[in-house]
Design a protein around this ligand. Structure first.
Ligand code: ADP
Ligand code: MG
Length: 545
């Protein structure tokens, strides 16, 4: 925009403002720092991060999205990087470290070009061209996969999990594949997978290998009363999100009790109300009650007398999963309960898992309802295993959605990078430099994998490039376990195409967004008033150097 067209802005005295190259420099610095913080976690040989929050709670993870989420990042450019990981996670469920590292590297290379007086819009244009082409190249080298390719699906799950649940990855991959096959639906020649249908429940105890796939729903709650049945066949399930108690408010009004008779009649009345609630259940034909709120002792007693199995204080998310699985309608007012609101399942039973009682709902009306019960020796282990399962579920779902996979271990990146370099030559001019920078950026993946395996990154890249320039070198990548180059397809390291293309999209989008900013102004957050100190925009003041 020419100078004279710029709108006149009146900024308060002392307003923190950083402009032009300084603004770009700071933003790039921060983005790079965020990417560098998680770079070393990439791949199966990647290191873990330990994040200690201000309450002393510890998270140990190898998962990019998790680490970024737990880190307290104040700077707006840093937050944009966290968003990249989040978007990646939401869209495809895996590849968060890859996306963030790519974004950081794109910006680092942009910085060098800016130093060489290349205009940001030229860099952006080159990056855009490169991103578009790179996606085409990824697609061109991808291979097809269908739901029946169980072995390939297993390999994709395994690749997505490595580094996160090493000892259990083999058995967990099998469970994840079985779970996905169970929930997948074929719609108009397309495989649709709703991973929300796979309920992941964790329980500390035993080992990762003892994790199991339950054809039904597991809830981490016990049957409330010892006189209730521990097992109900042909279950008719009422889902109620109101308390089975006489609410405080209803008895809140002052009652003057002057004689024992009065007290008795008052208690009788309360008893009568609870009894009525239980009768209502009975009348609708329920033999199982799953309640989101509490169940009064007296109500428990009545329920037990009627032979109704009841579970209380069930999480809202579990109630929703149960509704979906059993076909029940969650009822808020018990008076409204109809037989048609009840859900169905073959068996509801309480089982002891690691000393705790859990409730299992088997043979649900909707056969697609499955739960993955993740076991592990400690809380940290099950937490990380849960993240591994999450990544693998995401990876499988995105693989099946597109029906395509590519070769991992950096093989696909080198293949695409090689093609991009050739493409750059056809463009020429300054954009060519940006496209070449994009091609180099992709190489950060094999380079980082090589570093994690203790290999010399430079030598590795030189031989990788030369292997890929030969006719059938396309599957050569970094075998981090053997610390040498290998055919990664033969090593069964394969990944969803969608994870790669999404990583490219999010990385280049955020790089572009950050490159476009040439002015950082500390504004007043609404409501905080004008007395916000300069530099109050997150960690901004401190970041300047
Ligand atoms: P992200 O968060 O990006 O998914 P990961 O830590 O899961 O990061 O690492 C993914 C990278 O590790 C991918 O580039 C993938 O190809 C690579 N990878 C996974 N398993 C292997 C393996 N056995 N050998 C070499 N590379 C692997
Ligand atoms: Mg991963």
């Amino acid at each position: 925009m020419p100078e004279q067209q710029q709108p006149v802005v009146f900024l308060g005295e002392g307003t923190k403002r950083t402009r032009g190259r300084d603004a770009q420099r700071i933003n790039i610095l921060v983005a790079k720092a965020v990417a560098n913080a998680i770079k070393s976690t990439l791949g199966p040989k990647g290191m873990d991060k330990m994040i200690v929050d201000d309450l002393g709670d510890v998270t140990i993870s190898n998962d990019g999205a998790t680490i970024l989420q737990e880190m307290s990042i104040d700077h707006p450019a840093g937050k944009m990087m966290v968003e990249v990981a989040k978007t990646q996670d939401d869209e495809v469920g895996d590849g968060t470290t890859t996306a963030t590292v790519l974004a950081g590297t794109l910006l680092g290379k942009a910085e060098k070009m800016l130093d060489d007086e290349i205009h940001p819009s030229t860099i952006i244009k080159g990056y855009r061209l490169a991103a578009k082409k790179a996606k085409e190249y990824y697609e061109a080298i991808s291979e097809s996969i269908v739901l029946g390719d169980k072995k390939l699906l297993h390999d994709i799950a395994f690749t997505a999990m490595t580094g996160k649940a090493s000892e259990g990855a083999e058995s967990l991959s099998n469970l994840v594949v079985d779970a996905i096959i169970q929930v997948a639906e074929q719609k108009e020649n397309k495989t649709v997978v709703d991973i929300e249908q796979v309920k992941v429940e964790k329980k500390v105890g035993a080992s990762l290998m003892d994790s199991e796939l339950v054809k039904g729903i597991v809830i981490d709650k016990e049957v409330v009363h010892s006189n209730m049945p521990k097992q109900v066949q042909n279950a008719k399930i009422a889902l109620v999100d109101a308390a089975f108690e006489i609410k405080e408010t209803e008895t809140d009004a002052k009652i003057q009790i002057t004689s024992p008779d009065q007290l008795q009649s008052f208690l009788d009345q309360e008893e009568g109300m609870l009894k009525k609630m239980v009768e209502k259940l009975k009348k609708a034909g329920a033999n199982v009650l799953i309640c989101q709120k509490g169940i009064d002792d007296l109500a428990q007693h009545f329920l037990a007398k009627e032979g109704i199995l009841a579970v209380r204080r069930v999480k809202k998310s579990d109630m929703d999963a149960l509704a979906k699985a059993t076909g029940a309608k969650v009822v808020s007012r018990l008076e409204d309960l109809e037989t048609s609101d009840l859900g169905k399942a073959q068996t509801v039973e309480e089982k002891k898992i690691a000393g705790d009682d859990m409730t299992f709902i088997y043979g649900c009306k909707n056969p697609k309802a499955v739960s993955l019960l993740v076991r592990g020796g400690s809380e940290h282990v099950v937490d990380e295993a849960e993240r591994a399962v999450h990544d693998a579920l995401g990876a499988l779902a995105s693989t099946l959605r597109a029906g395509k996979f590519v070769i991992g271990g950096g093989a696909a990146e080198v293949a695409v990078s090689t093609k991009l370099r050739n493409y750059a030559k056809t463009i020429g001019g300054r954009e060519q430099l940006a496209i070449e920078a994009f091609a180099e950026t992709l190489e950060v993946i094999p380079r980082t994998l090589a570093e994690s395996a203790g290999m010399d990154p430079l030598d590795t890249m030189v031989s990788l490039r030369s292997k890929h320039s030969s006719k059938d070198g396309g599957a050569i990548g970094v075998d981090v376990y053997e610390s040498k180059l290998a055919n990664m397809k033969a090593k069964r390291v394969i990944e969803p195409l969608a994870v790669k293309t999404q990583a490219l999209t999010s990385a280049s989008e955020v790089a572009e967004m950050i490159l476009r900013i040439d002015d950082i102004i500390a504004g007043n957050s609404k409501g905080k008033g004008p007395e916000m100190p300069p530099g109050g925009m997150g960690g901004m003041g401190g970041m300047e150097m």
